[in-house]
Design a protein. Structure first.
Length: 114
């Protein structure tokens, strides 16, 4: 099983980034996919979630209206489009697959700073 995140980096406040998470080794379209983040000194928090076939999504209040989660089950990939980024969005972002089992990626750093 592998979850490989990409797309992180340094961006100025107000900018945008698109994270991708490529999955392999399990039946992707049977798993809810989640994006979590963890800032230094803080607990890991759920940012966004999308059900197995993409019919329902969830967003944390802190990112609602700015972040958008999507998935492509043909490509076994989940995305997180992040707009209007703020310094408080700075964190390591993790991809998670959850069903009967739970799998995690290694994380990708997002830094929002001028």
């Amino acid at each position: 099983v592998q979850l490989v995140e990409s797309g992180g980096g340094l961006v100025q406040p107000g900018g945008s980034l698109r994270l991708s998470c490529a999955a392999s080794g399990f039946t992707f379209n049977r798993y809810t996919m989640n994006w979590y983040r963890q800032a230094p000194g803080k607990e890991r928090e759920l940012v966004a979630s999308i059900t197995s076939v993409g019919t329902s999504t969830y967003y944390a209040d802190s990112v609602k209206g700015r972040f958008f989660i999507s998935r492509d089950n043909d490509k076994n990939t989940v995305y997180l489009q992040m707009n209007s980024l703020k310094p408080e969005d700075t964190a390591v972002y993790y991809c998670n697959a959850r069903s009967f089992s739970s799998f995690w990626g290694q994380g990708t750093q997002v830094t929002v700073s001028s």
